[in-house]
Design a protein around this ligand. Structure first.
Ligand code: NAD
Ligand code: IPM
Ligand code: MN
Length: 365
């Protein structure tokens, strides 16, 4: 198949991990006979430096015309003055809104070889397999903001339609998994959460085969640490989802491991690791590229419908997590490019094994 992918490497470690993910996509294209074209565009702090705005119109137009968008990370100390009139993060938020990608899927699994890196006891980490579905284009991120010398406000607003579409996505995804949804809110305090909860309750009636529970966000933050294997699909609003998924990444062993897929109504999606620009390690070639590489796998699955190819990447990453090399954040000393190369050679092995298997099957037949 032919596909056109826009890349937005962004700032800090963004370009380092995005380059690794692109190399993996190129290898997959070569192995499976696809033609992927890549178009690199500016977003974030580097876009502010070059054009004065964090999401130039040319970058947005390119994303809107692409089959999928692969993003690294935006932001960093250079652009973090609280009084700055424009910020890198505004570019990312504008892009999510413009692409209409309201459902942010953040899968969490804990690889047994990394369980020792987690602050939790090993036995708590067995069978952890959670899919967070974070609402991505509403809530406090997008409400009106005000600021005077001594007062500031961020409006948190949700409509029923905004809640309904993301919650339906979560229930649909649960049907392909273990048929359980945990909806996280703060309905004991927030009006938006009460609207959220009553909408979830109404929608649940359409999914009698899916078991629903509600959880308040503060206790959910605790339960994620005490019984992480109890959860299947966790659906929540924008800000709660942001915070809970960084917490979840600690269970996996590093923020550098988790991918994400941001989806709307069509097939086009925005794919990015959940981590940021990691200014403390940027430019050193030591960032973990796994979150970005697994985001590329999600891109193949959700935007291009290439399930075999997506699984090939995931299997290759599992092998590298099992046998190394490991980057610094997960206890090793391997560079970003050494991890990338190990994933590439594991993909080679996987494709060769599959080819040998199928030629064997043909020979037998
Ligand atoms: P961060 O995620 O950049 O870093 C937090 C910690 O995790 C750091 O110690 C960092 O070294 C480590 N880390 C992150 N990614 C890693 C990787 N791939 N390999 C190894 N270690 C990794 O969070 P922060 O420091 O709070 O934020 C820095 C900047 O990134 C801020 O400007 C923030 O707004 C931005 N940010 C952007 C995104 C995004 O573009 N999607 C996401 C989160 C934060
Ligand atoms: C993330 C990031 C972003 C968010 C920031 C950079 C706007 O933390 O993707 O998790 O809060 O959504
Ligand atoms: Mn975040």
């Amino acid at each position: 198949m032919k596909a056109h992918i826009v890349t937005l490497p962004g700032d800090g470690v963004g370009p380092e991990v995005t380059a690794a993910a692109v190399a993996v996509l190129e290898a997959v294209a070569a192995h499976y006979g696809h033609t992927f074209t890549f178009d690199e565009q500016l977003i974030g702090g580097c876009a502010i430096d070059a054009t004065g705005v964090p999401l130039p119109l040319a970058a947005l137009a390119a994303c809107q015309a692409a089959d999928a968008v692969l993003l690294g990370a935006v932001g960093g100390p250079k652009w973090s003055d609280p009084n700055a009139s424009v910020r890198p993060e505004q570019g990312l938020l504008a892009l999510r809104a413009a692409l209409g990608v309201y459902a942010n899927l953040r899968p969490l699994q804990v690889h047994p070889a990394l369980a020792n890196l987690s602050p939790l006891k090993n036995e708590k980490l067995k069978n952890v397999d959670v899919l967070f579905v974070r609402e991505l284009t509403g809530g406090a991120y997008f409400g009106a903001k005000t600021r005077t010398a001594d007062t500031a406000t961020d409006e948190c607003k949700y409509t029923v339609a905004e809640v309904e579409r993301v919650v339906r996505r979560a229930f649909d995804l649960a049907r392909g998994r273990r048929h359980r949804v945990t909806s996280v809110d703060k309905a004991n305090v927030l009006e938006t959460s009460r609207l959220w909860r009553s909408t979830v309750q109404r929608i649940a009636a359409d999914y009698p085969d899916v078991r629903l529970e509600h959880q308040l966000v503060d206790s959910m933050a605790m339960l994620l640490l005490t019984q992480p294997s109890s959860y299947d699909v966790v659906v929540t609003e924008n800000l709660f989802g942001d915070i809970l998924t960084d917490e979840a990444a600690a269970l996996a062993g590093s923020l550098g491991l988790l991918p994400s897929a941001s989806l709307g109504e069509g097939r086009r999606g925005l794919y990015e690791p959940i981590h940021g620009s990691a200014p403390d390690i940027a430019g050193q070639g030591v960032a973990n590229p796994v979150g970005a590489i697994l985001s590329a796998a999600l891109l193949l699955r959700h935007s291009l419908g290439l399930e075999t190819e997506a699984s090939a990447i995931e299997t290759a990453v599992e092998q590298v997590l099992q046998h190394g090399p490991h980057s610094r954040d997960i206890g090793g000393s391997a560079s970003t490019s050494a991890v990338r190369d190990a994933v590439l050679s594991a993909i080679d092995d996987h494709v060769d094994t599959a080819a040998a298997f199928f030629s064997g099957v043909r020979a037998c037949g």
